[in-house]
Design a protein around this ligand. Structure first.
Ligand code: HEM
Length: 407
């Protein structure tokens, strides 16, 4: 058994909503005082330094995803349906990822840009005359839903129903979520009707490609995916890409309101926007905690973490490690220090990163075309608390009026 415990004064409770609202002071203390942190109450270990988290994300032989990547899911010890890449280890993960990568091409992502821009244009135009709006509820929630819809060819109403069902399965009010087999069934069942409809009505979309995809068999033959496999793939991609991208929009508006000088740089030079999106992702990772099942005894910072433990890899903390980044808490749209790990690292690196970047960039380009300045009311805003994602659930924005009356 592990013997070392953290410095007594450091406490990181992932269910403490006050910590979750602003985890950075706590995570700094972890990095400095308890680089291998142990939480007895919730029975997990945690790594927070860049040099520890990044290699651990790639070390699937020690830190397995195959039992889930959320603390509660690992605990619940449920059987995970095949096809959920996030919750798989090699060789199955690699085979499934290869198949998905074949249909999830850069070309298909690029083709979505005009559609995403068209949606942003109409959604933001509808807000232009308003003195205040909720950027999350009135825009941030919609953009990934629409983008997923364009990708899969899913009717909009079905996407909203899907979103409600997955949100219900993963919402936490500061207590551990209760996760059982029915939660999976709930999430996976949500897209089933649409998959059936699409198999009778093929189109030029990712769902149709999945329905036509061939999977390699161990005996060298190939077979089409089963209906259940298509449902699982589609649900997993939609689930992974929805809430995360919403949270990116909220953080974008917050950080730019709080740093008007940086915002001005983007207004004057929109070619900086892609770099600004990277900096926002680094500073405020929408998915800042990746849980892993410890597959074998491992020695970390002089302590043996026993097989069967749960390890939290705090990529959101590693992104602000002063051992790796200069001025890590400073928001700098010119930062040129190389990548963050907000999309993970290694074999599970986010499959939708290009799409998430596209959504963030197009949204911000269109926002800055309409408003050069705004304030956010963080006191009235509310953070959403879910098991694996953090960010604004509600964020009132008040656009500035210029002297001419324009915005
Ligand atoms: C700002 C938005 C996003 C963030 C911050 C984000 C973050 C992440 C992270 C941290 C992982 C790795 C998880 C782990 O190591 O256990 C991941 C994996 C994944 N993401 Fe994203 N993601 C975003 C958007 C998207 C989008 C838009 C899609 C799909 C269209 C998507 C699809 C996936 C998939 C399929 C995986 C699993 C890859 C694998 O296990 O091989 N993500 N994402």
């Amino acid at each position: 058994m592990a013997t070392a415990t953290p410095a007594a004064e450091v406490r990181y409770d992932p269910y403490d909503v006050d910590i979750d609202d602003n985890p950075y002071p706590t995570w700094k203390r972890l990095r400095d005082q308890a680089p291998l942190y142990r939480n007895e109450e919730h029975d997990f270990f945690a790594l927070s330094r860049w040099d520890d988290v990044k290699p651990a994300l790639a070390d699937w032989k020690t830190y397995r995803s195959g039992r889930g990547t959320v603390l509660e899911i690992i605990r619940a010890d449920v059987e995970i349906p095949p096809g959920i890449l996030l919750f798989e280890d090699p060789p199955l993960h690699d085979a499934h990822r290869a198949l998905l990568s074949r249909v999830f091409t850069p070309r298909r992502m690029l083709d979505l840009e005009p559609l995403v821009r068209e949606y942003c244009t109409s959604a933001l135009d509808a807000l232009v005359e308003r003195d205040e709006f909720d950027i999350v509820g009135e825009f941030g929630i919609e953009i990934p839903l629409r983008t997923m819809g364009f990708l899969f060819g899913i009717p909009h109403a079905d996407q909203l129903a899907y979103r409600r069902r997955t949100d219900d399965a993963l919402a936490t009010d500061g207590t551990p979520i209760s996760f059982d087999q029915s939660s999976f069934d709930e999430v996976l069942g949500a897209l089933a009707d649409y998959v059936d409809w699409r198999s009778d009505n093929p189109g030029d979309d990712l769902m149709t490609e999945l329905l036509n995809a061939q999977v390699d068999q161990p005996d060298g033959t190939r077979r089409p995916l089963t209906r259940e496999e298509v449902i699982t793939y589609a649900s997993m991609v939609a689930g992974a890409g929805n809430e995360t991208a919403t949270r990116l929009i909220g953080f974008t508006m917050q950080l730019l309101a709080q740093h008007p000088g940086q915002r001005r740089l983007l207004v004057d030079n929109p070619s900086l926007i892609p770099n600004a999106i990277e900096e926002i992702l680094r500073l405020e990772a929408p998915s800042p905690v990746q849980a892993r099942y410890v597959q074998r005894d491992v020695e970390v910072h002089g302590t043996t973490v026993p097989e069967g433990s749960t390890m939290l890899l705090l990529n959101g903390a590693a992104n602000r490690d002063e051992r790796h980044f200069s001025r890590p808490d400073t928001f700098d749209v010119h930062r040129a220090e190389g990548p963050h790990i907000s999309f993970g690292y290694g074999l599970h690196f986010c499959l939708g990163a290009a799409l998430a970047r596209l959504e963030g960039r197009v949204a911000l380009e269109e926002i800055l075309r309409r408003w050069r300045g705004w304030d956010v009311d963080t006191d009235r805003g509310a953070m959403a608390h879910t098991a694996s994602v953090r960010g604004w659930g509600y964020l009132p924005v008040r656009p500035h009026r210029t002297t001419e009356g324009a915005r």
